[in-house]
Design a protein around this ligand. Sequence first.
Ligand code: NOJ
Length: 545
Amino acid sequence: MPMGPEEWYKDAVIYGIDVELFNDSNGDGVGDFQGLIQKLDYINRLNASAVWLLPFYPTPNRDNGYDVMDYYGVDPRLGTLGDFVEFVDEADARGIKVLIDLVVNHTSDQHPWFQNARTDPDSRYRDYYIWSKERPPPDSTRGTMFPGEVEDGRVWTYDPEAGAYYYHRFYSFQPDLNLANPQVREEIYKIMKFWLELGVAGFRVDAAHLMVQPKHPGCDPSEDHHDVLKGLKRQLVKRRSDGILLAEADDEPQELQSYFGDDEMDLLLNFQLNAHIIASLATEEVAPLVEGLERTPYTPSGTWANFLRNFDELNLRSLASEIREEVFDLFAPEGNMRIYGRGIRRRLAPMLDGNPKRIKLAFSLLFSLPGIPLLLYGDEIGMGEDLSLPGRRSIRTPMQWDERENAGFSTAPADELVTPVVDSGEFGYDRVNVAAQRANPESLLNWIERLVSTRRETHEIGNGPCEIVEVSESSIFCHRYSGEERSILFAHNLAGRASSVTVFLENGGADSVYAILGDPDIDRKDDRTLEVDLHPYGFAWFEVH
Ligand code: NOJ
């Protein structure tokens, strides 16, 4: 079932990278675009279809680059615009698409627009932001996104220069843009054109769920601004028919479908499923995962981008409180592992006790779920976190390439690195690194490469409704996609004990069943019944004809 070139994203595997943490080419302690170019063959061997780059624009860098000061440049610490173009060319030569972060819900307070807006009430930029002479009353549905980190949880901050309060859903140094202003929309379209001209294949739309909310004081909360997102899509397709928009829309389940569509978003980061997969991995029970799938049904007009971890906290907000507490107890038993009252600031591998079987199970499950998988740099080798770093920085440590000093990330003195490398314990770079895993045929890295390729050739997953197959074990998840010529059947044992299930094959039975991934023992009882024995944390992908 090969698809047209415009539907490439339905079988894509996206690899998420923070340029400053990936590879430092000039020894100044900060990863850069030339360093990233040197590692493109690594990404190519991983067989990722696309990379998603975190913001790399000039920035005061108080929110990991999500506080943009200039939308048309490259942060000088990371290189030049010329380096960026060279990177896109080199990626293109390897068939790797480049997606970049479009952060236009807000700017940095250092952006010239905001500086003009606050100092000159008559400036055309005044109305680029949202102001109020009086402090608007708190609104329980529109609180800060960073409880505990933003002073008194406020979303309005007084600017003495402007003599007014301005609105910000994130930190106070990230004033929200007034997206209802047509001039602001034109600015955004111009930014998109610029990067599309330089060859990017699309954008991750930061904070899309906040972009569609009305922002002015006293607004009607039921008003919606999906037209803002539709405008982005119109700009994109004018320049690139295979371009995509991947939205960070961490919205309520009943709202999610409204983001999809030919005239809106192609892909949605699946926050609902993320929390629910994690809950199933933690409790070793299938039920939360099933609930997550019910909340994020298949739709032909869009594709889910599923993930286990991203660059932020693992947000458990969407879980029922009892399950959330259980997940906290199992995966973040210490207070220091938690953040914002809703999240976990750990990487995947340590949450799974560094157990290779369990980590492989988690990735196999992720890659089999309806939609496409997104992989966070370093998770393919099972990197850990550094809880001594503040807030969400705990998981944003440099890539671990080899055993040399600074994990081969940089030749700068260790105290000059942008962030320290994880250099001790079970996940220290002497134990967890690319070079060591290359040398070991059984390593996570070598297995993930195989998983990526297997997913990319299994078109049924990105294209079809997924059917949950009833089995008698509450810790074994079986699901299937039915194509015209074959169906693909999966069995995942979430528990640390061996188990067996009986699976009834589809209507007419099957001529042949064989495993394409995993290591199960199977026994064909008859042409309609399959007995599958799974090892502890075992899994299998079957092709059924
Ligand atoms: C979402 C990003 O993932 C997060 O890191 C950032 O702080 C906010 N958007 C604000 O841009």
